[in-house]
Design a binder for this molecule. Structure first.
Ligand code: RP5
Length: 162
């Protein structure tokens, strides 16, 4: 199975990014995480993105805050799908990172999740890999089934208490 690559712009992003790492690992997918910055280590970002496909990655998640160019810089150097997580790490509460991540020019997309949306970034990455992996696809179906059952159980409990 292909791996998921995660890049975060700073170790200060780890509290959010760790939720993506946990979610991906829970589905039995190998995840490799790096701290590379579009502004502080642009060559490391470029090298990772350029070699990611040959190194066995199927999708890359990039998380950054403030003037968040990381996901875009990754997308510029790979044909793999790139998922962007805007991190809430500034006086602007992550809106700056959201707009920097989502407003990509035509032909260089970044699938941007919500501010601090690390879990959904993980689910999106898993869903991308599941297109060509039936076992993973079945795990996702089972997860969704359990999530639906839990909601209906809560509804039942809520209405029984009345
Ligand atoms: C971004 O700037 C990082 O992704 C982080 O969210 C933010 C602050 O980084 P530090 O100054 O905490 O390293 O590049």
């Amino acid at each position: 199975m292909k791996k998921v690559g995660i890049i975060m712009g700073s170790d200060s992003d780890l509290a959010v990014v760790s939720k993506a790492i946990e979610t991906i690992s829970r589905f039995g997918v190998v995840v490799e995480t790096h701290i590379y910055s579009a502004h502080r280590t642009p060559e490391a970002v470029r090298n990772f993105a350029l070699n990611a496909k040959n190194n066995g990655f199927g999708v890359i998640i990039a998380a950054a805050g403030k003037a968040a160019h990381l996901a875009g810089a990754v997308a510029a150097n790979t044909t793999l799908p790139v998922v962007g997580i805007p991190i809430k790490s500034s006086a602007l509460d992550g809106l700056d990172a959201l707009l920097s991540t989502v407003q990509m020019p035509s032909g260089v997309p970044v699938a941007t999740v919500a501010i601090d949306g690390a879990e959904n970034a993980a689910f999106l990455a898993i869903q991308i890999l599941a297109i060509s992996d039936e076992g993973l696809s079945q795990k996702l179906s089972a997860y969704k089934q359990t999530a639906a059952e839990n909601v209906l159980l809560k509804d039942k409990e809520f209405n029984t208490k009345k």
